[in-house]
Design a protein around this ligand. Structure first.
Ligand code: PEP
Ligand code: MG
Length: 583
C-alpha cells in the first residue's frame, strides 16, 4: 500500500479504477515506412480526409454567424492551399512514411515558422492551420467525425473511473461535466484553480498537487481517492478498500438523497445571525443551467457568473445573440434575485486561441481579463450589448474583472456609455439603471478601493487572485501552496480596506472568491463588516448553518483579535477554537 498526500480540491471519496490521461493518448500519430507502391494509396487517403473535412466545414458554416463563417472560410482555403497540399504528395514520395506522419511534420514545420515570425497576425494563423488540418488528421486517424482538442478528453475517459492527469485546462474540464467520472487527481493544480472550482460545482471528488503520481499508476488499477483528506491510496489492502467503499457508499446515498429530494429534506432557514443580521448568500456559477442547483441550495441570486466558460467551450467566440440568450436565461430563472455577470475573464489558465499562441512568459501578469477585452472593443461591445439587452428581464448587474487602475476603469465605463448610447439610438430596450461593479482581485485595486468606490455601484472581492497577486504565489503551484492563505494578515488588511471603502461610499461590497465558501472565514468576515457572500452552491448550507449560530458582536470581537495577529497560522487557530465552542 502506498499513501500520497495532495491538496483537497473538491470533497468526496471514490474507490474506482484509475484512467491515466497522458497527452500522447490524444497525440499518438502512427509512424511507419511505406513502399513506393503505397504512395498513391496514402495520397488517396489524404484526399478523402481532405474532402470529408471540407464537407464538414461547409455544414458547420451554414449555421454560424458572420465572424465564425469567416474563420471557417479561411480554413476551407487552407485545405486547398496550392503549396501545402502538393508538398504532402512530394513528401510521401521522398520520405516514404505514412501520410499521418507526413502531415504532422508539415503542420509542425509550417506553424513553427509562423510562430517564430514575431508577428501576432501570422502567429494566429498557426492556430488556424492546426485547426483546419487537425480536422484532416482526425479523419485520417479515426475515419470518423472530427473532434477538437477542446472536447476530446471526455471521449477517452471511461465512465466510472478516476481520471489521473498531469494537469487539465478549464476547457478540458468543461468537457468532463457529463462524463460520469468518479474522481480527478492531478499532479499539478491548486485548490482555487478553475478545474478545482468546476469539480466542486459538479461534486466530483478531486485531489491535486500529487507530483509524480502518474509514474506510479497504470490504467485499470483500483485506487482510493479520499478527497476529504487530500489522500490517494495505491494498492490498498482489502480492509482499507472495504473501509473506503462503505464510506463512499454512505456519502453517495446522502448526496443522492439531497439531489433527488428523497432524503430528509431540510427547510431552508434564512441566513441570519443570532442577533438578527441578515446575510445574503449567492452562488458562483460557470454555466447557465447551474442556476437550478443554486436555487435548490437556497442561493439568493448569483454573485458571480464566469461568462468566459461560454467562450472557452468552443473554437469560435459566441456572437451577441448566443450570449443574450444565455444571460437572459440566467436572469429570468433567478426570480428577481440579482445575477452578477462578469465580463470575459480570458487569459492565464483560461486562454482563448489568440492568447495561447502568444506564449507569454507570465500569462498571470499578462494579457488577461479586462486588458484583453479593452483591446477587442468589438467583441467587448457585443458582450456589453448582450448584457444590456438581458438586463431588461431582471436584476442583472455587470462586473468587470481584473481592474488594476483608474484609467482602465475609465476606458471601460466610456465603452459602456457608448454601447448604451447605441442601444438608445437603435431603440433596443434595456434597464437604464443597470448596476456596474468591479472585482477587487488585484492589490492595486484593493489599495485604492476608496477611489474606485466613487465610480461603481458595487465591488466584489476575488480572493483567489487577490491572494495570488498579494503573496506573489501562483494559485496553481503546489510547491508554494503553503504561502497561499487567505488568513495572511496582508490579505486580510486589503480585504478590510475594501470593506471600509465600500461602507464610507455606500457601495455594496461582497466576496466571490473561494474564501467566501469557508464557514470559519465567513465568521471572521462578518466581523470585518461583510454581509454578502457568493460561493459554489455546494458550500451554501455549511456557511448558512454557521451564520445561524453566531452573532455579529462575537464576529466583531473575533475580527478585532485576528487583525492584531501577525501570522495566518495563529488566526486560523483562533477561528477554529471559536467555532469548536459552538459544536
Ligand atoms: C477570484 O479571483 O477570486 C475570482 C472569483 O475569480 P476567478 O477565480 O474566476 O479568477
Ligand atoms: Mg479572479
Amino acid at each position: 500500500m502506498r499513501k500520497l498526500e495532495g491538496l483537497s480540491a473538491s470533497p468526496g471519496i471514490a474507490v474506482a479504477p484509475v484512467f491515466c490521461f497522458r497527452e500522447e493518448k490524444t497525440a499518438a500519430i502512427p509512424k511507419y515506412r511505406i513502399d513506393s507502391a503505397d504512395i498513391e494509396t496514402q495520397w488517396k487517403r489524404f484526399q478523402t480526409a481532405l474532402e470529408q473535412s471540407r464537407e464538414e466545414i461547409l455544414l458547420l458554416k451554414d449555421d454560424r454567424n458572420k465572424f465564425q463563417s469567416e474563420i471557417l472560410e479561411a480554413h476551407l482555403m487552407m485545405l486547398s492551399d496550392p503549396e501545402f497540399i502538393p508538398q504532402i504528395h512530394a513528401d510521401l514520395k521522398s520520405k516514404k512514411l505514412n501520410v499521418e506522419n507526413i502531415l504532422k511534420n508539415k503542420i509542425d514545420e509550417t506553424t513553427a515558422v509562423l510562430r517564430a515570425s514575431g508577428d501576432t497576425y501570422l502567429a494566429e494563423r498557426a492556430v488556424d492551420i492546426e485547426d483546419a488540418f487537425g480536422r484532416v488528421m482526425n479523419h485520417l486517424l479515426q475515419d470518423g467525425t472530427a473532434k477538437t482538442a477542446v472536447d476530446s478528453i471526455d471521449r477517452f475517459v471511461p465512465p466510472g473511473t478516476i481520471l489521473a492527469a498531469k494537469n487539465l485546462k478549464p476547457s478540458e474540464a468543461l468537457a468532463l461535466k457529463d462524463a460520469e467520472i468518479a474522481g480527478i487527481l492531478l499532479e499539478e493544480g491548486g485548490a482555487t484553480s478553475h478545474v478545482a472550482i468546476l469539480a466542486r460545482t459538479w461534486r466530483i471528488p478531486a485531489v491535486m498537487g500529487l507530483r509524480g503520481i502518474l509514474g506510479l499508476l497504470s490504467d485499470g488499477m483500483e485506487i482510493v481517492l479520499d478527497a476529504d483528506d487530500g489522500l490517494v491510496i495505491i494498492d490498498p489492502p482489502a480492509d482499507v478498500l472495504s473501509f473506503y467503499r462503505s464510506r463512499s457508499d454512505a456519502k453517495r446515498k446522502k448526496d443522492t438523497g439531497e439531489k433527488t429530494g428523497s432524503g430528509p429534506k431540510r427547510k431552508k432557514l434564512p441566513a441570519v445571525t443570532t442577533d438578527g443580521a441578515a446575510i445574503s448568500l449567492r452562488a458562483n456559477i460557470a454555466l447557465a443551467d447551474e442556476v437550478r442547483d443554486a436555487k435548490e441550495k437556497g442561493a439568493e441570486g448569483v454573485g458571480l457568473f464566469r461568462s468566459e466558460y461560454l467562450f472557452l467551450g468552443s473554437d469560435v467566440l459566441p456572437d451577441e445573440e448566443t450570449q443574450f440568450a444565455v444571460y437572459r436565461e440566467v436572469v429570468k430563472n433567478l426570480d428577481g434575485y440579482p445575477a452578477v455577470i462578469r465580463t470575459l475573464d480570458a487569459g492565464a489558465d483560461k486562454m482563448l486561441h489568440e492568447q495561447a499562441v502568444l506564449e507569454e512568459k507570465n500569462p498571470l501578469l499578462g494579457w488577461r481579463a479586462i486588458r484583453y477585452s479593452i483591446d477587442h472593443r468589438d467583441m467587448f461591445s457585443a458582450q456589453l450589448r448582450a448584457l444590456l439587452r438581458a438586463s431588461n428581464y431582471g436584476d442583472l448587474r455587470i462586473m468587470f474583472p481584473m481592474i488594476s487602475n483608474m484609467e482602465e476603469l475609465d476606458i471601460v465605463l466610456e465603452i459602456f456609455e457608448d454601447v448604451k448610447a447605441s442601444c438608445v439610438k437603435n431603440r433596443i430596450p434595456f434597464n437604464k439603471n443597470v448596476k456596474t461593479g468591479i472585482m477587487i482581485e488585484v492589490p492595486s485595486a484593493a489599495t485604492c478601493a476608496d477611489l474606485f468606490a466613487k465610480k461603481v455601484d458595487f465591488m466584489s472581492i476575488g480572493t483567489n487572485d487577490l491572494i495570488q497577486y498579494t503573496m506573489a504565489v501562483d494559485r496553481e503551484n503546489p510547491k508554494v501552496a503553503y504561502l497561499y492563505d487567505y488568513y495572511n494578515p496582508a490579505v486580510l488588511r486589503l480585504i478590510k480596506r475594501t470593506i471600509t471603502a465600500g461602507k464610507r461610499s455606500g457601495v455594496e461590497v461582497s466576496m466571490c472568491g473561494e474564501m467566501a465558501g469557508d464557514p470559519g472565514a465567513v465568521f471572521l468576515l462578518i466581523g470585518m463588516g461583510l454581509r454578502t457572500f457568493s460561493m459554489a452552491p455546494v458550500f451554501i448550507s455549511a456557511v448558512r448553518d454557521l451564520i445561524r449560530k453566531v452573532s455579529v458582536e462575537e464576529a466583531a470581537e473575533l475580527a478585532e483579535a485576528a487583525m492584531e495577529m501577525s501570522a495566518a497560522r495563529e488566526i486560523k487557530k483562533l477561528i477554529q477554537g471559536k467555532i469548536k465552542s459552538y459544536e
